[in-house]
Design a protein around this ligand. Structure first.
Ligand code: GAL
Length: 661
């Protein structure tokens, strides 16, 4: 990652799909984009079939015209390579490039993204198109960014076809060197799974009983690497033919999309770009947004990133298309900016008349320009222009929350002690607890440098490396405050249990030892002797070398330690062996952040989010009451001086350039 967001200030942008409209609409589009303050558009994502209508014929004329109109209108372009959805002539000629699921079913054309990431024939045709695109547009002054494919892994994060099987075997041979090493790593002595050669290995297709978990885990790793490899293929063409334009692709850092290890992708991208859609199915959709934004910043190494796509209102792909209420569009967009986004993009410019996404919101709704939604969009464009000076300012955080895709994949595999234990649930819970205290957390890889953080939280890091254990040990000895929660440090990178008692990797550091897990049945709770309530998980825990802070008073293990604390070197290591409810999580987060001397922004509460980016204080009030927050300076949104407190109405926001900072 080398580039900053290549658009001016905090730019507003959108996907633009002009092929869905007649040329007469294109002119009106550019006029309206200017009215709305659109600074960039992502062009060409799904244009392949019309850019290359036949195998040996390209048709760039209409696309040139659109590009010139945008350029004349002063709108910058994030140019897609147009390879996301192959045209029917290609899938008809080469059905062997279609993806196959774990049950052996082909995913047929008729939608989008029907291609196998390992398919050589798909790669060959995609590269030919990318070369055409790069030669034709690679030095056009409007083109500021290249956008490889689209949401790599969306719909087809894994493919189980025979071509993928061969690629998987090559990946395994490269990882393990010999089949004996693989047999050892996969524990194939179990259930007669011993392999004689790599040729006998298949992708983990459906099986009669529980599949080998390390096989599944390695297939997840392979699938992430294989898509990254595909990205590299396109990127290398672009770098060769258009060396001055940065290259990225839009990531999907979210609670549902767990198939790519974006920490390993980051070094290959010139800029981190992320798509985010609020998910009304979640219990705390806005908290999830804040979490994914902080994780995206972690993927970006702490720097700025680009929100490539979000929705102005409803999405079509959830069971209920929940519309944004007045003001929510601004608030949700500012939340992204507060947490490091230096540009706010949307899907899409104009709501489609036809196709599978015709009920998805857009900047210009079906109702047209004369609509509240478009007026809100114009207001958002103006607000982002006003806060443009924020671009590039670093988000300030002195808490780290450790996160790992490998651990997520491994933790959520089947045949574990509790079907209700879910990795992101644990991570979200702790992120939300600190956020509601006015604390900003960086969400970072477990092997990151932790020395600058006052508090490190490690929720349910089921799979942990020796390096992570050593790093946490050094962090605490050096004066850090650490919280590790249940079902952490259980296995190594091969998903083998760390023997001798749980939580294996962190047992010594924490001074505790669990001999058995005692998960709770759904709907049951336990009480701790400090009055806290918890559910889902308990452990037969002893604390041979730690102070017991709280014990269970009921449930399967009355009198057993639930929360412990151990002073180590200059620091302190806490262990929490159960899932506290929201109030108790908040109380423990409060105690830990105070003990650690973590910066807390005064005025934060559930529904009122405060974040500091350099000299700018963001106040986001999603609550139903106005709030007063201490601040001195100048509110960029209202243009009003702030002396002592800033008043923020219910559903409103302030971005205060603080004086003297
Ligand atoms: C994204 C995708 C867009 C559009 C959008 C709808 O996953 O990149 O093309 O489908 O979702 O929310």
């Amino acid at each position: 990652m080398t580039s900053s967001v290549p658009f001016d200030g905090i730019s507003m942008g959108c996907d633009y799909n002009p092929e869905q409209w007649p040329p007469s609409v294109w002119r009106e589009d550019v006029t309206l984009m200017r009215e709305a303050g659109v600074g960039f558009v992502t062009l060409g994502v799904f244009s392949w079939a019309l850019l290359q209508p036949e195998p040996d014929r390209y048709d760039f004329g209409w696309f040139d015209e659109v590009l010139e109109l945008l350029h004349e209108g002063g709108i910058a372009v994030d140019m897609a390579t147009a390879t996301a959805a192959p045209p029917p002539w290609l899938t008809t000629a080469h059905p062997e490039m279609l993806p196959v699921d774990a049950e052996g079913r082909t995913l047929w054309p008729g939608s989008r993204q029907s291609w196998c990431p390992s398919s050589p024939v798909f790669r060959e045709h995609a590269v030919a198109l990318v070369e055409q695109m790069a030669r034709r547009y690679g030095s056009h002054p409007a083109v500021r960014l290249w956008h490889v494919s689209n949401e790599l892994g969306c719909h087809i994060g894994k493919c189980w076809c025979d071509v993928s099987a061969a690629a998987f075997r090559r990946w395994l041979a490269n990882r393990y060197g010999s089949i004996d090493v693989l047999n050892d790593a996969w524990g194939t002595a179990f259930w007669s799974q011993h392999y004689r050669s790599f040729e006998e290995v298949l992708p983990p297709r459906i099986t009669p009983a529980v599949p080998n978990p390390t096989h599944e885990l390695d297939f997840a790793r392979f699938s992430s690497d294989e898509l990254l490899d595909y990205y590299r293929v396109e990127r290398d063409v672009l770098r060769r033919l258009s060396p001055d334009v940065p290259v990225t692709t839009n990531l999907m850092v979210s609670s549902h999309q767990s198939e790519q290890d974006y920490f390993s992708w980051a070094p290959e991208l010139d800029l981190i770009a992320q798509d985010h859609y609020l998910d009304a199915r979640l219990p705390h959709p806005h908290a999830e947004q804040s979490f994914t934004d902080d994780l995206t910043r972690g993927v970006a190494g702490g720097g700025s990133w680009l929100l490539m796509e979000s929705a102005t209102s409803a999405v079509n792909w959830q069971p209920f298309n929940v519309a944004k209420r007045p003001g929510e569009l601004l608030l949700d967009s500012l939340r992204h900016v507060a947490r490091g986004a230096d540009g706010i993009g949307f899907f899409q410019w104009r709501a489609s008349r036809a196709g599978g996404e015709k009920f998805h919101s857009a900047l210009v709704p079906h109702a047209g320009r004369d609509s509240e939604r478009f007026r809100e969009v114009v207001g958002l464009g103006e607000a982002l222009r006003r806060i443009g000076e924020v671009a590039g300012s670093p988000v300030e955080a002195d808490v780290a929350l450790l996160f790992d895709w490998n651990s997520w994949w491994a933790c959520d595999l089947s045949s574990h002690p509790s079907a209700e234990l879910r990795y992101v649930d644990a991570v979200h819970r702790w992120h939300r607890a600190v956020t509601e205290l006015g604390v900003t957390a960086d969400v970072v890889h477990p092997e990151s440098d932790l020395s600058r953080y006052r508090l490190v939280i490690v929720p349910t890091l089921y799979l942990s490396s020796d390096a992570t254990a050593a790093s946490l040990d050094a962090y605490v000895r050096g004066g850090g405050q650490l919280l590790v929660t249940y079902f952490s440090g259980i296995v190594d990178e091969s998903d083998h249990i760390r023997l001798g008692g749980y939580p294996g990797a962190f047992r010594e550091l924490l001074g505790v030892r669990a001999e058995e897990f005692a998960p709770l049945l759904p709907g049951t709770t336990v009480t701790l002797d400090d009055g806290s309530t918890a559910d889902r998980w308990t452990e037969v825990l002893t604390a041979p070398d730690a102070e017991v802070v709280a014990r269970y008073t009921d449930g399967p293990l009355p009198g057993t330690p639930a929360l412990t604390r151990r002073a180590v070197g200059d620091g302190v290591a806490w262990y929490l062996a159960t899932r506290l409810d929201d109030a108790a999580t908040a109380a423990l987060a409060d105690r830990l952040t105070r003990d650690a001397g973590v910066t807390r922004l005064a005025g934060a509460e559930p529904g009122v989010e405060l974040v500091r980016r350099g000299r700018y204080l963001f106040v986001l009030n999603r609550g139903h009451e106005p709030v007063k927050v201490p601040a001195h300076g100048y509110d960029l949104l209202t243009g009003v001086n702030v002396e002592g407190t800033v008043d923020v109405q219910a559903g409103g926001a302030a971005v205060v350039r603080e004086e003297g900072s």
